[in-house]
Design a protein around this ligand. Structure first.
Ligand code: NAP
Ligand code: MN
Length: 265
C-alpha cells in the first residue's frame, strides 16, 4: 500500500509527519505523493481541505485520514498520541471506509470560454466583486425561486455544514444525507426585495442554479480557494456523483464530534 502525508507546515505537524512516515516505512508501506492509496493530513481541518484538493482528481483511489495538532477537527479527528494505534491500523489493511457527499459547482460563461467544474468538500460561496451587493436569481429545479440581494450565498455539503454555513445559522446536516444547503449572507429584505430568509436543504438531483441579474463578475470560493470569475452566465450547484472517502478505524459518531467541538472541551 502506498501513502502520502500532508502537513500543515508548522514544527509540531512536520515532526509528526516524519514520525508517521518512519513508522509506516517500518511496516513496508511505500511513501508515494503521486498515487497514494491513503492520504494522511496532519494539522487541522484546513490541512485536510488542502489535501482533498491536492488529490481531487483521484478520489476513487484515495482514502483520507486526519490527525489534529491543534483543536479537535471534523476531518482531523485523530490525536497525536494515537499515532502508533493509527499506524498499526493502516498497516493491517483492508480498512473500513466511510463516504461523504460532495458539492459539484459548474460555472458557465456568456461568451466562448469553456465551463469550469469544481468539487467542494465544505462549501462554495458567491459574492459580488468589489464589495457591492450580490444580486442573483436563485433557480431551483429549473424554476425561479427568488431574486437574492445581499452580501452573498453559501452552498455547503453536509460535512461542511459545521463550517461557514454554521456561522450563517445554517443547520448542521448529518453527512450520511446526500444533500446540499443554501444559506444566505445578510439578505436585504424590505418592501421591494424579498428572500425566503431560511436556509434551504436540497436533496440529490435537485439542482440549484444561480443566474446573474446585472453584474457578471463574482468572487467565488471553493473551500479555502478564492477565485474570481468574469462574464458568468450561471453557477450551477448540486450533489456531486463523486464522494470523498475517509479511512475509518474506530467509531467516532458525527454528533459526538459536533458535541465535542461546540458544546464541551
Ligand atoms: P480558516 O480561516 O483557518 O478556517 C476557519 C475555521 O473553520 C478553522 O477553525 C477551521 O478549522 C474550521 N473548519 C474548516 N472546515 C470545517 C468543518 N468542516 N467543520 C467545522 N470547522 C471547520 O481557513 P481554512 O482552515 O482554510 O478553512 C477554510 C474554511 O473556512 C472554509 O471552507 C469555510 O468553511 C471556513 N470559513 C468560515 C468562516 C466563518 O465561519 N465565518 C468564514 C470564512 C471561511 P482548523 O482550524 O482545524 O483548520
Ligand atoms: Mn485553518
Amino acid at each position: 500500500m502506498k501513502f502520502s502525508i500532508r502537513s500543515k507546515g508548522d514544527e509540531t505537524s512536520n515532526k509528526l509527519k516524519h514520525q508517521i512516515k518512519r513508522y509506516l516505512n517500518g511496516f513496508n508501506l511505500i511513501y508515494d505523493e503521486d498515487e497514494p492509496d491513503i492520504v494522511i493530513s496532519v494539522g487541522g481541518d484546513g490541512t485536510l481541505l488542502h489535501a482533498f484538493h491536492q488529490y481531487v482528481h483521484r478520489l476513487n483511489d484515495t482514502a483520507f485520514v486526519g490527525v489534529h495538532t491543534g483543536h479537535l477537527g471534523f476531518y482531523a479527528d485523530w490525536t497525536p498520541d494515537e499515532i502508533e494505534k493509527l499506524v498499526i491500523h493502516l498497516a493491517k489493511t483492508p480498512f473500513q471506509v466511510v463516504e461523504y457527499p460532495l458539492l459539484e459547482v459548474t460555472i458557465r460563461f456568456n461568451h466562448d470560454e469553456e465551463e469550469k467544474r469544481y468539487l467542494a468538500l465544505n462549501e462554495c460561496t458567491v459574492k459580488n466583486m468589489e464589495g457591492s451587493s450580490l444580486v442573483i436569481d436563485v433557480v431551483i429545479k429549473g424554476e425561479k425561486f427568488e431574486t437574492f440581494r445581499g452580501d452573498g450565498l453559501c452552498i455547503s455539503t453536509p460535512s461542511g455544514s459545521t463550517a461557514y454555513n454554521k456561522a450563517l445559522s445554517g443547520a448542521i446536516i448529518h453527512p450520511s444525507l446526500s444533500a446540499i444547503q443554501l444559506a444566505e449572507m445578510a439578505s436585504i429584505n424590505n418592501r421591494v426585495f424579498r428572500t425566503v430568509g431560511s436556509p434551504l436543504v436540497l436533496p440529490q438531483h435537485h439542482t440549484c442554479n444561480l443566474k446573474p441579474v446585472n453584474d457578471v463578475n463574482f468572487d467565488i470560493t471553493i473551500d479555502h480557494l478564492f477565485l474570481i470569475h468574469k462574464d458568468v452566465k450561471s453557477i450551477q450547484c448540486r450533489v456531486a456523483d463523486e464522494k470523498v472517502r475517509f479511512a475509518r478505524f474506530r467509531p467516532f459518531p458525527f454528533w459526538k464530534r459536533v458535541k465535542e467541538s461546540f458544546i464541551m472541551d
